[in-house]
Structures are given as C-alpha cells and as structure tokens.
Design a protein around this ligand. Structure first.
Ligand SMILES: Cc1ncc(COP(=O)(O)O)c(C=O)c1O
Length: 400
C-alpha cells in the first residue's frame, strides 16, 4: 500500500508550472530556450507598491493579522468593487487569501461534497478541475470550441446543469484563451442561472484589467444583481499589478460563504502575509495609470503574435479580447512528419517538437481540456516574442 493518500492520485502537478520549470532547466544547461509558458507579466511591481511594503515593514506590520484580511485591505477592496464594478459589498462580505488560487481552493473545500458537480467551461485554467477533485467533487467540463470563440453558450450551460450541480466556474478574460464575455454574452448566461437557484457562481475575474480594443469588462453580479446572494466574485492583484509573487487574492460574497472560507483558512495557512496585504492596499488605492501603459504593450504583442502565428503553416490563431494568452489551433500539423521522422499525433507531440527542434516552450492544449491547441503567454519581451514566432514558423514549415 502506498504511503501517499488516495486523494493525491486524483490530481496532477500543474502542467504550466512543469513547462516553465523544464524551460528553466534547459536554459541552465546552456540551451537558448524561449519560455512562453509562464502566466505572469514580465513588468516589475510598480515602485509605489514596493515602497508601501517597505513602509509596512518599518512600521512593524509584521505580525499576524485577521485570518481573512486586515480592515484596511478589506476597505480598499470594498472601494474597488464599488468604483470599478458598481458592486456593493460590506467588509464582512470580503475575504483575502494568499493568492486567487487559495480563494478558489478554500471555497471548494468549504462547500463541495463527494458527488457534487462543478461546471467548468473548457478550455479551462488547469487548477479548477484538480481543486474540485481534491475537494472530492466531480468536475464537469463543457467544451467551448473555437467556433464559439471559446465561450460558454447559454444552451450548453443549460444542458450541463443537473440536480447535482453546485457551482459554475466562470473566468473572463480567460486563461488559456484570453476570451472575454461581452455584456450580452454574460447576460445570456446569467438568464440561465436565474432559472437555476441551486447553482452557485464562482467568477474568476483575475484578468479584469487586461482587456484591449476598448472591450468593456463585466462581472456576473453587475449584469444580474439577483445572483449576488449566490456568487463569489474573485479577483486579485497578481496579474494587473504585476504582483504574482506577493500572493494576494480576494473575493466578495455572501457572509455565510465568506465565514466558511475563513474557517478553512484559519486551520490551514491563517492570514496572508501582512506585508503583502499592505502592498495590496497601495495597489488598489494608488495610481492606476500604469495599467493602461502595460495594456498598450500587451495589445501590440498580442497583435504581433496573432499575425505571425497565422503565417505559420498548419496553425490558426484567434485574436482574443484580453488576458495575455493566445490559444492557437495546431490541427493543421496533426498527421505531419517532423524532419526527424516522427509523426505529430497530438498537441503534446507538437509542443515537444517545438521545444526539441526550435527551443520554444509552450503548453499543450490537452492540459487545458481542449485539443489540438497550445497556449502561448505573450507576457514576455516583444523581441523574444518575435524570435519565438519566427522559430515556430520555421518549425511548422519544416513539417511534411
Ligand atoms: C485564471 C486564473 N485564476 C487564478 C490564478 C491564480 O492567481 P494567484 O496567483 O493570485 O493565485 C491564475 C494564475 O495563473 C489564473 O490564470
């Protein structure tokens, strides 16, 4: 009998972290690898945020805080929801954790029993199904193909709901495709949800600020206030504020759920870092203009990558509304042969070929639940992206 718990056999290590690590290892051996796997901005944390953290240390904000967040940070989050989303949450309806990932983990642990179903539109962020599995729930992936712009349609949602459905997880703009729901697209989904009062909504708004071409972000409760009593509106500072390492995520939701989430956290990690919380207060309350500056660069990179990938034989790439990912189809390479004589049968084969032939590390679509695609993060320098796309074009042209 294995020493390891059975629950561990249900899940796999994060494939995106695995690709990033592999790229790092190969680089350390001297190979000229371009890593396009990482889901984090290449921009540094803004100086005012760093200064707020340094000041917090000097002030002595170095002790335990309330388990689910300091009053100052909750106040800043309440103000953020009001200002940016038109949502009225009270401080007791807010929770803060060590990253958005922990909010989701705590929420699933606090609410999901064996047999409960959680609807997850596919392709999905790799952690959703595995967190549901750890909580002994059943992830129900609903395919959202490219010809639906990788978005969940009302009829697909309706068809996926069963008496066992506990949650729907929505993520807009989404990882791995960058697809984001317009007001009307979101309304079509919330109309379905209004008719199913037993289904709760976890909306992962982590990429809220990363939208391009004047796209207007919406979150479910803003579109349908009647869902507020059964929605967890999750967000965080990791992506928009370039604070992935600081580990602060947060959510607004009904008091009973927020209390349950805090209970899980109180018996696991306790409060998120006091210093990071002080930094997050400055992130939310301080100047926001760098976000638009970053977005200008991200949009240019998105357009560069989409245009170059669409010139690669066998690839076809959509132009997503947001986040910093594209999710090109590699269907046109399937069945082709590499110069080494290997046949590309899956998107796993395709990304392995890219890494071996051209030292480009991307993540296979199978990790995200929709094949044959692969994910590229364009949160890296424009020069590196151009070089990476040149290499991908070359690799595709070499297939026969
Ligand atoms: C869709 C999505 N949600 C949540 C997270 C996790 O964010 P955090 O770093 O705050 O835990 C990520 C990180 O990659 C993500 O892509």
């Amino acid at each position: 009998m294995s020493f390891l718990a059975q629950r561990l056999s249900r899940i796999k290590p994060s494939p995106t972290i695995a690709v990033t690590q592999k790229a790092r290892e190969l680089k350390a051996t001297g190979r000229d690898v371009i890593g396009l796997g990482a889901g984090e901005p290449d921009f540094d944390t803004p100086d005012n945020i760093k200064a707020a953290a340094a000041e917090a240390i000097r002030r002595g904000d170095t002790k335990y805080t309330n388990v689910d967040g300091t009053p100052e940070l909750k106040k800043a989050i309440v103000a953020k929801f009001r200002r940016e989303n038109g949502l009225d949450y009270k401080p007791e309806e807010i929770t803060v954790a060590s990253g958005g990932k922990q909010v989701i983990y705590n929420a699933m642990m606090a609410t999901v029993d064996a047999g409960d179903e959680v609807i997850i539109p596919a392709p999905f962020w790799v952690s959703y199904p595995d967190i549901v599995l750890l909580a002994e729930g059943t992830p129900v992936a609903v395919p959202c193909p490219q010809n639906n712009q990788f978005k969940l349609r009302a009829e697909d949602l309706e068809a996926a709901i069963t008496p066992k459905t506990k949650w729907l997880i929505l993520n807009s703009p989404g990882n791995p495709t960058g697809a984001a729901y317009s007001h009307d697209e979101m309304k079509a989904l919330t109309d379905v949800l209004v008719r199913h009062p037993n289904v709760w909504v976890l909306t992962d708004d982590m990429y809220e600020h990363l939208v391009y071409d004047d796209f207007r972000f919406v979150t479910p409760v803003e579109v349908e206030p009647r869902l507020k009593e059964r929605t967890l509106t999750m967000n965080g500072v990791s992506k928009a504020y370039c604070m992935t390492g600081w580990r602060i995520g947060y959510a607004g939701g009904p008091v009973d759920l927020i209390k349950a989430i805090a209970k899980v956290q109180s018996q696991s990690t306790s409060n998120p870092s006091s210093v990071s919380q002080a930094a997050a207060v400055e992130a939310l309350n301080g100047p926001q203009d760098f976000i638009a500056e970053h977005n200008k660069v991200f949009k240019e990179r998105r357009d560069l990558v989409v245009d170059m990938l669409n010139k690669a034989p066998g690839l076809s790439c959509h132009r997503p509304e947001g986040a910093f990912y594209v999710y090109p189809s590699c269907a046109g390479t399937i069945g082709k042969r590499t110069p080494q004589g290997r046949v590309i049968e899956t998107d796993d084969d395709f990304v392995t070929y890219l890494l071996e032939a051209e030292n480009v590390a991307a993540v296979q679509g199978s990790a995200f639940g929709l094949s044959p695609f692969f994910r590229i993060s364009y949160a890296t320098s424009t020069d590196l992206l151009r070089e990476a796309c040149n290499r991908i074009q070359r690799a595709c042209a070499a297939l026969q």
